[in-house]
Design a protein around this ligand. Structure first.
Ligand SMILES: Nc1nc2c(c(=O)[nH]1)N(C=O)[C@@H](CNc1ccc(C(=O)N[C@@H](CCC(=O)O)C(=O)O)cc1)CN2
Ligand SMILES: Nc1nc2c(ncn2[C@@H]2O[C@H](COP(=O)(O)OP(=O)(O)OP(=O)(O)O)[C@@H](O)[C@H]2O)c(=O)[nH]1
Ligand SMILES: [Mg+2]
Length: 458
């Protein structure tokens, strides 16, 4: 394992009042002492902060003034000695402090390396480390609360208990293999095996059932706003975002590219995508936009299909209904301030079970109903992260699916009266797959790859 001292700027790039350069490792305090003029940092109590000047030992030039926090191993974020240098938040000043630390013996940290050390030193497990990243990226309060629970070790605890159950079944099997002469042991084994494996199977299934909501909490509901040019799609995006994000003009074909925006509709996280109005066009730029719109449409979890109340219902509108058949969809009849020319009966007929909502976005009418409609579609208005343990991470979901399959093999084997040591292989495999979620049984290259997705300085 690396034992060198790492450093990085732990605050975002850009101007701020304060920025933090963090050091972690056995030399963190020694390196800081070389550049810090103030109290003797060897003598200050752990978890205390101290004012002083930062001085370049080569030139004796004062580089910065600072507040320095000293935290001694092992009760720290990484379990190593940590120093946090709080300096002024200008771009130049933070970088000079970083350079100073680097030239005095620290190494620049890789992305995620602080959290990786917390993992390698056993303070947190892999799913907790991944939750740290989710927390940073959380777009809504609810996504954040899911991440916080995972960081707290909720998922880990559940996975550990499932693995424990599996180990117990394996133990029973071992007894059976070692003492085949006891008939009642065999009966017992069969009984226990069926019961325990099915119990674990049900819990894995339950976890997987939270995956759809978990994914939505994490990434937002992929929502495509589609419709003919000029019906008011970009106006709709702006209304839901409560901000003028997309350009709105009276010229059809205004939106040429796909515009994405995270919005929070009554606690439901939407990844809202405004698209170029779909029509047959000769304009080359618009053509590409229209192609992209069709692509977005295919990948969406929810469609907001916008129609113009003041215009006739056209073949192009009809084709949009066809293209979105069977998808979760809301029909928005916009521009109800204009006299109706739209064939609403036709719309009702094509809408099937989809809700039709009338809006006049320009007058801010119908937006409330629309927001309620969106909330209802996914969670009957109630997206509750309450007590459930969610899985939201694609890696975890895949591992759970594989574990479920392996356990299914085991259960089928038991029921078909397969030799017990064959069944054991599948049970052990399930145990290993679950272990990968928390990082008990993972390959080093996977660990490197996972942590490299982190932000620098985390
Ligand atoms: N300035 C600063 N703020 C920060 C962080 C940081 O690294 N620096 N964090 C970085 O993400 C978060 C806090 N995360 C932390 C998690 C664990 C420990 C820690 O020392 N844990 C010890 C117990 C400490 C105690 O109880 O006194 C341990 O688990 O052994 C510290 C920070 C958010 N705020
Ligand atoms: N009368 C009326 N006009 C509206 C309403 N909503 C939007 N508009 C106007 O319709 C025009 C087109 O709106 P956009 O939001 O740009 O339409 P779009 O569907 O994004 O258009 P493209 O990007 O060209 O496909 C603008 O002039 C809007 O001000 C409404 O409820 N009533
Ligand atoms: Mg537009």
């Amino acid at each position: 394992m690396d034992i060198d001292t790492i450093t990085a700027i732990s605050t975002p790039v850009g101007e701020g009042a304060i920025a933090i350069v963090r050091l972690s490792g056995a030399d963190a305090i020694n390196i800081t002492k070389k550049i810090f003029k103030g109290k003797n940092l060897d003598e200050v109590p752990s978890h205390t902060i101290h004012y002083g000047k930062l001085v370049d030992p080569e030139t004796n030039e004062t580089v910065e003034e600072s507040m320095v926090t000293v935290m001694r191993s092992p009760r720290t974020f990484t379990r190593e000695d940590i120093v946090e240098i709080n300096c002024h938040g200008g771009l130049v000043s933070v970088n000079r402090v970083l350079e100073l630390v680097l030239s005095n013996g620290a190494r620049l940290a890789e992305p995620g390396e602080f959290t990786k050390r917390a993992f390698l030193n056993g303070r947190i497990d892999l799913s907790q480390a991944e939750a740290v990243m989710d927390l940073i990226r959380a777009k809504t309060d609810r996504a954040m609360s899911v991440a916080l629970k995972q960081m707290d070790g909720r998922l880990s605890k559940l996975i550990r208990s499932l693995r424990q159950e599996l180990i117990e079944t394996v133990a029973h099997v071992e007894v059976n293999i070692d003492y085949p002469e006891y008939d009642d042991v065999e009966e017992m084994t069969h009984h226990v095996l069926i019961e325990k494996t099915q119990q674990v199977y049900k819990q894995i299934e339950g976890l997987l059932q939270t995956a759809k909501q978990g994914k939505i909490l994490r990434e937002g509901i992929g929502t495509a706003i589609i419709g003919r040019p000029n019906v008011g799609k970009s106006s709709l995006l702006n209304a839901l975002a409560h901000e003028n994000k997309a350009i709105v003009t009276e010229i059809p074909g205004t939106t040429r590219d796909v515009i994405e925006e995270y919005v929070n509709v009554r606690g439901v996280p939407l990844r809202l995508v405004d698209t170029a109005g779909i029509r047959e066009t000769e304009d080359i730029v618009e053509k590409i936009g229209v192609e992209r719109s069709r692509q977005v449409l295919k990948e969406a979890d929810l469609i907001l299909l916008v129609l113009n109340n003041g215009d006739e219902f056209t073949d192009e509108d009809e084709r949009l209904f066809e293209a979105t058949a069977g998808m979760d969809k809301l029909i928005i009849v916009n521009k109800t301030d204009l006299p109706r020319r739209l064939d609403i009966e036709k719309v009702k007929q094509l809408a099937e079970n989809s809700l039709i909502i009338e809006t006049a976005i320009i007058e801010e009418k119908g937006i409330d109903e629309l927001e309620q409609g969106i909330a209802n579609i996914f969670f009957e208005g109630d997206l509750d992260t309450g007590d459930l343990t969610y899985v939201s991470n694609a890696r975890h979901i895949q591992l759970l699916k594989n574990a479920k399959n392996a356990l299914e093999d085991a259960i089928n084997g038991i029921e078909a009266g397969m030799p017990i040591d064959m069944v054991q292989i599948d049970v052990t495999r399930t145990w290993e797959l679950l272990g990968e979620i928390i990082g008990d049984t993972v390959h080093e290259s996977l660990i490197d790859q996972l942590f490299s997705q982190f932000c620098l300085g985390k």
